[in-house]
Structures are given as C-alpha cells and as structure tokens.
Design a protein around this ligand. Structure first.
Ligand code: ADP
Length: 399
C-alpha cells in the first residue's frame, strides 16, 4: 500500500481527474490522468497511464447520470488499475474562494456552506466544483478534501487593482476584480523560483489557452490580472469576448431587447476567436486558415495581449521576466513571435531563432527582460497544496 492523492476538477458536464503517488519529493509524481466528458449527453471515459491513452463510450448500465455516478466510475477504474494505491486525500480545483479565501484549505461542512454562497459570483463553474466535492465526500468518507481556489493567488493585489469605479457598497458585497487561473500562476512562480528566483521580482505571466489571462507579479505575489469579476474580462479567448465596454451591454439590452441569458450566451460562447473568425475556437485551425476573418481574429487576439502587456508592465515597473504558458502560450510560435516583435521599447529583445527551435528561453542573450516558455501543470499544483493542507490537524478558521 502506498499513499496517493486524487485531484478532481468538476465542470458542468465533465470530471477531470489525476492520481499522484507521494514519493516524498517536493512535487508528487503523476501516475494517471483522465476525464469523463459528456455527463448527461454522450459520456466518454478517457485515461492516460505511462503515456498510453485509452478512451471508451459509457453506455447502457454504465451511463453516468450525474457527478456521483461519474466519480464512482473513476474510482472503480482507479481501484482496478492501481489496486495498491491508498488514497490519503483528495484535492479539488474550486474556481471561487470569494473575497476571503486566499489559500488552499480543508473543506468541512462550514467552509462548504461558505463556498456555496460564492456560486452567485461564478454560476457557470462553482456549483459544479461543489458537486464534485460533495460526491467525493460521499465516496471517501473521512478522507481529507482540500479546496484549491483559482482566485486565491490574486488576493494579494492592491485595492486599486481589486476594485471597479463603483460606490463602495458594491466592493463590500463582493463586486471585485478576483482574477482567475491562479493555480497556473502559482505553479509557474513555484517552478521559476526553483530555476531563476530573481525573475520573481517583476514578472508578467501570459496564460494563453482556450481561457486566457495575464498576471503581473511582484516578489512572487499577484498584483493585477486581466481577468476581473468574472473570467470574461481581458484577453480575447476561444469563445469569450474579453474586454468590452459595458455600454455595449446596455445597447444590447435596451435597443436589441436581449435578456441576460442571451447576452451571457453571446459573450461566453459565441464570441472570441470562434465568434470573430467564424472558423474555429482552436488556435491551430486559425493559424492554418486562409479566411480573412481568421486573420483578423488573430490580429485582435495578439493586439489585446500586447496592450495588456504594456499595462501590466506599468504595474510591475518594468519586468525582469515574462513567461508564456497554456496551450497557446507554450505551443504557438506564431503567437509568441507576434506578441514579442517590436517590443524593444520595453526592454524585450526577442530571439526568433530560439522561438522557432522551441527553446525554453526565447529572449536574446543580454535582453533586459528574460522570456521563458513553460508548461503549466495545475493538477500538480493542486496535488502539492493537498499534501501540505491535509497534514493540518483541522480546517483553518475563516480569514
Ligand atoms: P484550456 O483553457 O481548455 O485548458 P489549453 O491550455 O489546453 O486550454 O489550450 C488550448 C489552446 O491551445 C487551443 O486554442 C489550441 O489550439 C492551442 N494549441 C495547442 N497546441 C497548439 C499548437 N501546437 N500550436 C498552436 N496552438 C496550439
């Protein structure tokens, strides 16, 4: 029997999972990763062990009706595949820790109830994250459940980057700039601290994936995020619009008669790279498309990043390093090249050959700003937090 940790990331119709072995190292070792997608639609189970992927449809008696059923299938598969694994704790990705939770924590009945109140702040994600915690609690009674919040990293940002220009009662009731992708930013800063601690002094991280945001970091602490009250703000994303004048929303309501559900659908699902291009939300499709609308969407995507880079570097007072991460940031040479070309004014000397070669450092030798390309690993961050937090004797008090 050896100790293991399960990490779970429950979405509206999916549960992503990973299994980590605790070998005593600073970073736990991932032994399996997978997901059940399409819960309630056409569910499929997918897993990867030792680099080998397997995928199958879940039909007949196996069809999961809800998160509890899906988790049972995952646990059953883990038990069959790793019969010696003993589960010491379960770590959960939770999108919202509200204004109060600034660190991962043990989830007990009281903190679960507090997290439920944050569902109003993140209605598309929080209820599903909580359903995952409840299902795991039923499947593993007595095993510590640890919540890791995507907002936590940003709780160190100063008031001016945390607020909107509204009367203070709105800030008090929770209308704040929370920022998201915090687990990715924590992972990147933790890895960079091992590799190049001086880079943490003034750092901008570009997490460019299907969801995309950027974060200004000073002395390892979050200072400002392009995402705000919700994950809609900031950069253009796969299907989300990013920054928009609230006057547009008023226009859509007052002149076009759109209701909240229609506007939400437009901003969250019908905009972004997909909506602008009419081609795809996938960066690879756009890079290989000849459609003028795809070119325009790419230009806008890059333009938003460059403008936000200038803005975040104003927060950090220049940068010692930039890090590109996320599916696009770590893979797209095209996007990195477009973002970094002509940025000498900011002290960024770009090395196109290193970028083309897929190097880890793509700034030129002697560049005042060092530019890294790194893979993020939110599951590893959750697993590491879970080890630390599960050792606590009892859940921490509310902050
Ligand atoms: P999510 O936010 O869903 O976690 P990811 O971080 O996995 O998203 O990023 C998905 C994005 O990464 C997609 O737009 C995909 O096209 C892009 N991507 C993945 N590989 C490449 C590649 N080799 N070149 C360009 N883009 C890529």
């Amino acid at each position: 029997m050896s100790d293991h940790i399960i990490t779970l990331n429950a979405g509206s119709s999916s549960i992503k999972f990973a299994l980590f072995a605790l070998d005593g190292g600073e970073w736990p070792r991932m032994v399996a990763i997978g997901q059940i997608e399409g819960i309630g639609v056409s569910p499929e189970f997918e897993a990867k062990v030792d680099g080998k992927k397997s995928k199958r449809a879940l039909t007949g008696a196996e069809t999961p009706k809800n998160h509890d059923d899906a988790l049972k299938i995952i646990i059953g598969w883990l038990g069959e595949t790793f019969p010696d694994a003993k589960i010491a704790a379960i770590g959960h990705r939770v999108v919202h820790g509200g204004p109060i939770y600034s660190a991962p924590m043990l989830i007990d009945d009281a903190s679960y109830k507090v997290l439920e109140t944050f569902s109003a702040l993140a209605p598309l994600h929080q209820p599903h994250n909580l359903a995952g915690i409840a299902a795991a609690g039923r499947a593993f009674p007595g095993i510590p459940q640890v919540g890791c919040f995507d907002t936590a990293f940003h709780r160190t940002q100063p008031f001016v980057n945390d607020t909107y220009g509204l009367p203070p009662e709105h800030y008090q009731e929770g209308v704040r700039r929370y920022g998201f992708h915090g687990l990715s930013y924590e992972y990147i800063t933790a890895r960079l601290e091992e590799r190049d601690p001086a880079a943490l002094r003034r750092l901008v991280v570009l997490h460019l994936g299907n969801g995309a945001s950027m974060c200004a970091i000073k002395d390892g602490k979050g200072q400002a995020s392009t995402m705000g009250f919700s994950p809609l703000d900031g950069l253009l994303m796969g299907t989300r619009c990013g920054q928009i004048d609230p006057g547009v929303l008023l226009y859509l309501m007052q002149q076009k008669g759109m209701n909240a559900a229609q506007i939400s659908d437009l901003l969250n699902k019908k905009s972004g790279l997909k909506g602008m291009s009419g081609v795809s939300s996938d960066m690879r499709d756009l890079e290989s498309s000849d459609a003028p609308s795809a070119k325009q969407a790419l230009e806008y995507f890059v333009n938003r990043i460059r403008r936000e880079l200038g803005s975040l570097m104003a927060v950090t007072g220049g940068a010692d390093a930039l890090v590109f991460t996320g599916g696009i940031g770590s893979n797209s040479k095209f996007v990195r090249g477009e973002v970094l070309t002509g940025m000498e004014w900011a002290g960024i000397a770009f090395d196109p050959a290193a970028n083309q070669a897929g190097a880890e450092v793509i700034s030129a030798p002697g560049s005042a700003v060092k530019v890294y390309v790194m893979q993020t690993d939110e599951e590893a961050m959750i697993a590491r937090h879970t080890i630390r937090v599960a050792k606590l004797a009892k859940a921490p008090a509310l902050a």
